[in-house]
Design a protein around this ligand. Structure first.
Ligand SMILES: Nc1ncnc2c1ncn2[C@@H]1O[C@H](COP(=O)(O)OP(=O)(O)OP(=O)(O)O)[C@@H](O)[C@H]1O
Length: 642
């Protein structure tokens, strides 16, 4: 038996609860040809627990306007239900089935999987839309997207008229966007049903185009949803789904909506706990990685950590400890995944490990719900997560590390049992699990509400305090946000949306303080500078200060720093990097120039990843501003090529 990389080992005990098997274990042959792969997928689909209740679920959606579905992780809700509804005729009149996810990576990977299951090209019948990325076409009928994306879509189409069904997936996460979306969907559903029962009353408005505009403007102050009076909509079907949902409170919120439970899971997940609490969870995670690597059978490992810095340090430690092992045991590859990682790097975790190697994926809670990472058999869960908190008194928002809820722990362990039986190593005793909160505190009760309020105002919701939130945010937090939006000029003295600025701000996908800065910048002739500054402020620390090279990195930083302040310093970094890249491009390929830039970043202690992300955000900001025709088109053209 080989020794552990660092001599230590974790002591785990089995959970008292064992999951039941309700499915078949599949033999995935990576060399299978396309035909065999299709057959394999069809077989997998048929053996999912949800497959046995396909007809019943379609009928439930047909007979209920709102349906709540609770089903175990991996039972097939996210990938199968939209296909069942498509086959059940819910898109016959051209309507779209929209499925929202709290995270971009889930929307992208699930859409890819469903397109493959349907045997279609991604972006045709099945597609996805996330901020700054659209893989849909006019033929898309099953559309995965983030909840935030659907909210923005509602700004342009308040009745979400293109959708016949909207499925809110992973509703247990209670992100601020999910909560706002639930309230909005409730009123959209009512307005669409009303449009069917109300008598048509459009002739006189049609007769006079001049007064139509006035009337529309007058109604807008009350609610945009009333603007379309006289137009008939088809009813909107709503489905709320999760593996760990408090079905009763969701049902009550939707006026006693029907809730159904999809029983069974495909593969069992063995839950193991440590015998006693771990004093250093990072070290415990490292020990467990090597314990699995050296003692358990084949299968990849997914480790949940709290953030980029922690992930990078664990990655380094794994690599250092690997070198202490005999060569034969060194076949372990690490892959990080966190939200600010560029998406092409995020996608690397979904590639199979080379033959003979084991993958270790170091992830934040980005990989907690909906995603299926092929090969994962082992999950390591220290039971912690970085969560947003907001202090209304100071107006300061921060991220702090807190214990996960039971719902999150369940989702994490669920990642292990998706392709076969798995194991989840919880790095805390079972008694601690029992003490965890059942569900996560809704984000809306612990974040700055300015962005959300601005969006609601732009949607025509004037009475924010009276808005039908599932759980009301703190009144003081609402008042503070209203005040700050007024000070930014997004709202009038009566706290109504200020036109056109408030509307323009709502349409830019950044915090109100930044959207206002972008809108104002052209008046002050500094749009280029503001675009760069806002882009740089969206990314995590741009300077890289390793402990062992503190002096060197500080000296490098001085070359960019400006006595005029941090914003000017960020501008200097971006521009110097850009000049370097432009010069490098002369006479070389784009790839080579990018490689040179990475080297330059390293030499100058700049975080290359953050810089690349800032360049992406800059491009997005330019294209978003271009959409707002009112804003300084001419000056934008100059920067569009940056
Ligand atoms: N990208 C993928 N690659 C391979 N298999 C996949 C993929 N996505 C889904 N699957 C398979 O389909 C099964 C069902 O996945 P699905 O996401 O529909 O379940 P779910 O009930 O929504 O789970 P969760 O609540 O965890 O999101 C998975 O267990 C896995 O076997």
């Amino acid at each position: 038996m080989p020794t552990m990389a660092q001599g230590g080992r974790s002591n785990f005990t089995h959970s008292n609860q064992q999951h039941q098997i309700n499915g078949k274990i599949s033999n995935y042959d990576s060399k299978a040809n396309l035909f065999a792969r299709r057959q394999k997928i069809q077989h997998q689909r048929k053996s999912l627990p949800i497959a046995s209740v396909e007809k019943r679920l379609v009928e439930e959606v047909r007979t209920n306007d709102t349906l709540i579905i609770v089903g175990e992780t991996g039972s097939g809700k996210t990938t199968q239900l939209p296909q069942y509804l498509f086959n059940g005729g819910f898109c016959h009149d051209g309507g779209i089935i929209g499925i929202t996810q709290p995270r971009r990576v889930a929307a992208v990977t699930v859409a890819k999987r469903v397109a493959e299951e349907c045997g279609v090209e991604l972006g045709q019948k099945v597609g996805y839309s996330i901020r700054f990325e659209d893989a849909t076409s006019s033929s898309t009928r099953i559309k995965y997207m983030t909840d935030g994306f659907l909210l923005r879509e509602a700004l342009l189409d308040p009745h979400l008229s293109r959708y016949s069904v909207i499925i809110v997936d992973e509703a247990h996460e209670r992100t601020v966007q999910t909560d706002v979306l639930l309230g909005l969907l409730k009123s959209v559903q009512k307005a669409r049903s009303r449009s069917i029962s109300e008598p048509l009353n459009i002739d006189h408005t049609k007769a006079n185009n001049g007064s139509l505009l006035k009337k529309e403007n007058a109604v807008q102050g009350v609610s945009i949803l009333k603007q379309h009076r006289g137009r008939r909509f088809t009813p909107l079907k709503l489905v709320i789904m999760s593996a760990s949902l408090d079905a009763r409170s969701f049902s009550e919120y939707f006026g006693g909506a029907r809730a159904v439970h999809v029983q069974g899971r495909q593969f069992p997940v063995d839950i193991l706990y440590t015998r006693s609490p771990e004093t250093d969870y990072v070290d415990a995670a490292l020990i467990t990685i090597f314990q699995i690597h050296l003692e358990e059978g084949p299968g990849d490992i997914l480790v949940f950590l709290t953030g980029q810095e922690e992930i990078e340090s664990v990655e380094r430690l794994v690599q250092e400890r690997l070198l202490q092992l005999p060569e034969v045991n060194q076949k372990l590859l690490t892959f990080p995944i966190f939200s600010s990682l560029p998406s092409e790097k995020q996608m690397k975790v979904f590639m199979p490990a080379p033959v003979g190697f084991r993958k270790v994926i170091l992830a934040t809670n980005i990989a907690e719900t909906s995603v299926t990472i092929p090969g994962i058999k082992y999950v390591i869960d220290p039971g912690l997560v970085k969560a947003r908190t907001y202090c209304c008194q100071t107006g300061i928002e921060s991220l702090i590390v807190v214990a996960t809820s039971k719902a999150q722990a369940l989702q994490r362990s669920g990642r292990a049992g998706r392709e076969g039986p798995g194991k989840c190593f919880r790095l805390y005793p079972e008694s601690e699990f029992q003490r965890l909160k059942d569900s996560t505190m809704p984000e809306i009760q612990r974040c700055n509400l300015s962005n959300v309020i601005l969006q609601l105002k732009a949607l025509g919701v004037d009475d924010i305090v009276g808005f039908d939130f599932m759980e009301k945010p703190d009144r003081i937090a609402i008042v503070r946000s209203l005040e700050s939006l007024y000070l930014l000029g997004a709202l009038t003295e009566e706290y109504k949306l200020a036109e056109p600025v408030g509307n323009q701000m709502a349409r830019l996908p950044v915090e109100p303080i930044y959207s206002k800065a972008l809108i104002l910048a052209s008046q002050f002739n500094c749009l280029e500078e503001m675009l760069i500054t806002v882009a740089m402020l969206q990314v995590e620390s741009i300077f890289y200060t390793p402990r062992d090279k503190l002096e060197e990195s500080r000296t490098a930083m001085k070359c960019f720093s400006s006595p005029e302040g941090d914003h000017q310093t960020l501008l200097n970094v971006y521009r110097t990097a850009n000049e370097f890249l432009e010069k490098s491009k002369i006479g070389t390929s784009k790839e080579k120039a990018e490689k040179n830039l990475r080297k330059w970043c390293k030499e100058n202690f700049i975080n290359g990843r953050s810089l690349r992300h800032a360049r992406d955000v800059h491009r997005w900001a330019v294209s978003s501003l271009l959409v707002l025709e009112e804003i300084c088109q001419d000056s934008l053209f100059v920067f569009a090529s940056c």
